[in-house]
Design a protein around this ligand. Structure first.
Ligand code: SF4
Ligand code: SF4
Length: 205
């Protein structure tokens, strides 16, 4: 017969006096350690919709859907599948928004009744579409994020400086919409790469 070691006896006596080390869940709600790295959560204010987290997630727990409809209110829906996530923290580590766009929380409770309806969380970000063809350029917050990072270099790109000026409310939308020839008149617009190339190569005046 193997006798318990002194350390194990000490632990047993401590547990008798202090109570068990494990929490009485589910009788009482479990309170995890403050440093516990649980389910990541999007922060709709801080996330800029860049998709870096989606790129690095090793299990495909992050996805997005671009909802354009009639183009009047285009949105990017960022989706986090809580049933697929392995809490590895790669998304938070890669997040360009100072690691605040998605952050691991203390949330560990993942049980739900309806997997199809309850196993994911979403946030929405405003999308910027190309002002000629309507293709997705990027999220508006992402364009502003780039403009803030590169400072005066922003003014070398009409897409960036117009996005910045629009966010400040100093662009006349009527002037922007007036010209549509896919040539030089269209160059000072927010454009996708394909239309930017067309307006650069076309020499209509
Ligand atoms: S914690 Fe890991 S698995 Fe979960 S969403 Fe982030 S990168 Fe993906
Ligand atoms: S800002 Fe952060 S959370 Fe938002 S899409 Fe980019 S990497 Fe993901």
């Amino acid at each position: 017969m193997k006798y318990p070691k002194i350390r194990e006896l000490g632990e047993a006596v401590k547990a008798l006096i202090k109570g068990p080390y494990t929490s009485p869940f589910p009788k009482e709600p479990h309170v995890p350690h403050p440093n516990f790295r649980g389910q990541p959560k999007f922060d709709a204010e801080k996330c800029v919709g860049c998709l870096a987290c989606e790129e690095v997630c090793p299990v495909g727990a992050i996805d997005h859907k671009d909802v354009i409809d009639d183009g009047s209110n285009p949105k990017r829906v960022m989706i986090h599948y809580t049933d697929t996530c392995i809490f590895c923290g790669e998304c938070e580590a890669a997040c360009i928004a100072d690691h605040e766009g998605i952050k691991q929380s203390n949330d560990w409770e993942l049980s739900f009744f309806d997997r199809k309806e309850e196993s994911y969380e979403t946030i929405e970000k405003d999308l910027q579409l190309c002002e000629i063809c309507g293709a997705v350029v990027a999220c508006k917050d992402h364009l502003n994020w780039i403009a803030e990072r590169i400072g005066e270099l922003t003014y070398s790109s009409p897409t960036l400086y117009l996005s910045r000026l629009k966010s400040l409310g100093v662009v006349d939308e009527n002037l922007v919409a007036a010209a549509q020839d896919r040539g030089r008149s269209d160059r000072v617009k927010i454009l996708c790469a394909r239309c930017r190339r067309q307006t650069t190569l076309t020499t209509k005046d």
